[in-house]
Design a protein around this ligand. Structure first.
Ligand SMILES: Nc1nc2c(ncn2[C@@H]2O[C@H](COP(=O)(O)OP(=O)(O)O)[C@@H](O)[C@H]2O)c(=O)[nH]1
Ligand SMILES: [Mg+2]
Length: 306
């Protein structure tokens, strides 16, 4: 989907807290100093503090030390550039675009635990698609949490997109079925399915998601084309544990990393890259529908080192 034109300013604003802590912190530590073991340790602590993760931090610091010992870098300025490029080099060129079905509708299933920002992220994606002139249908398949259907209905009114919903407590798979049916009948471009983040227990939740997925797949062969896992950037390494259980149950195809504006530890993106098999595709940088950006590693790394 050609959607989501990147707005560098929005990415910068969204990452201001991380930049203040990591970029700003590094700059003040590096100012006027030349590289030595003590300084390398301080840099290491800052990367860990920004949630970059143990594995990536170790690799980055080893690389830095090797280049210092080989006489290739010595000053603070050079260190910043070195860190930036070793971080950027950790991403290979994977396809981070949102999938498009060869034949409409494209179905995007949005999953994740309670409160991570699923419903808001659905609204953001719907908004971007509308901006692009695509027709969108929402499915309110979180019938578990009181108020969840109403929350998505409010978004549907504000954004001017249709919605298929059931009563609270009704079967979410049948909502998904009806929505898939309606998406076909109305020939919409994209069907966005919001889901519950919590049931009585985790096993129930995963079974329900599998059921929703299978119902959609039966109705629309090849669907869902995207299964986006929403992770909350403010929950740090915890999110990675959640991700693994979703990865096992439903084949997620990408991560929507929400609430980057609310954390100084945006380095979590690096840890996700190292520990999950699917790429971060979109990032949330605020609560408004327009606060979504495609994830671009180079822009991201530059922004956290501002
Ligand atoms: N600051 C900020 N808040 C967000 C973002 N995404 C979602 N939220 C807020 O997180 C809270 C939970 O969001 P919701 O979409 O209801 O989560 P859900 O339970 O996963 O559906 C709400 O208050 C949202 O406004 C984001 O990118 N930035
Ligand atoms: Mg919700």
């Amino acid at each position: 989907m050609g959607l989501f034109r990147s707005t560098i300013d929005r990415v910068r604003r969204g990452l201001a807290r991380t930049a203040g802590s990591l970029g700003g912190g590094l700059r003040s530590v590096l100012a006027g100093r030349s590289l030595d073991e003590d300084l390398i340790e301080e840099i290491e602590a800052m990367l860990i503090g920004a949630d970059v993760g143990v594995e990536a931090t170790a690799a980055i610091v080893d690389d830095l030390r090797a280049d210092w010992k080989a006489g290739r870098i010595s000053t603070g300025e050079e260190v910043l550039d070195h860190l930036k490029s070793s971080l950027k080099n950790r991403w290979e060129d994977v396809d981070r675009r949102i999938a498009v079905a060869p034949e409409a509708p494209t179905v995007i299933l949005v999953v994740g635990v309670n409160g991570v920002g699923k419903t808001t992220s659905v609204a953001k994606i719907a908004h971007s698609l509308r901006e692009e002139g695509r027709s969108v249908l929402l499915a309110a398949a979180d019938t578990f949490r009181a108020g969840a259907v109403a929350q998505l209905s409010i978004w549907s009114e504000r954004l001017g997109v249709s919605i298929v919903k059931g009563a609270q407590g009704s079967d979410p798979a049948s909502v998904a079925y009806d929505a898939a049916d309606a998406a076909l009948a109305r020939k919409v471009d994209v069907l966005l399915v919001d889901t519950a983040g919590r049931l009585h227990n985790q096993g129930d939740l995963m079974r329900q998601l599998v059921k929703i997925r299978d119902v959609i797949r039966k109705k629309i062969p090849g669907a869902p084309h995207e299964v986006l896992l929403v992770l909350d950037a403010t929950s740090g390494q915890n999110g990675l544990v959640q991700a693994r259980s979703f990865e096992e149950a439903v084949d997620i195809t990408g991560v929507f990393l929400s609430k980057l504006d609310g954390t100084a530890r945006g380095g979590i993106v690096v840890a996700i890259r190292d520990q999950l098999s699917v790429p971060v595709k979109l990032v949330g940088v605020g609560e408004r529908p327009e606060d979504v950006e495609p994830f671009d590693p180079a822009t991201f790394i530059d922004a956290i080192f501002e």
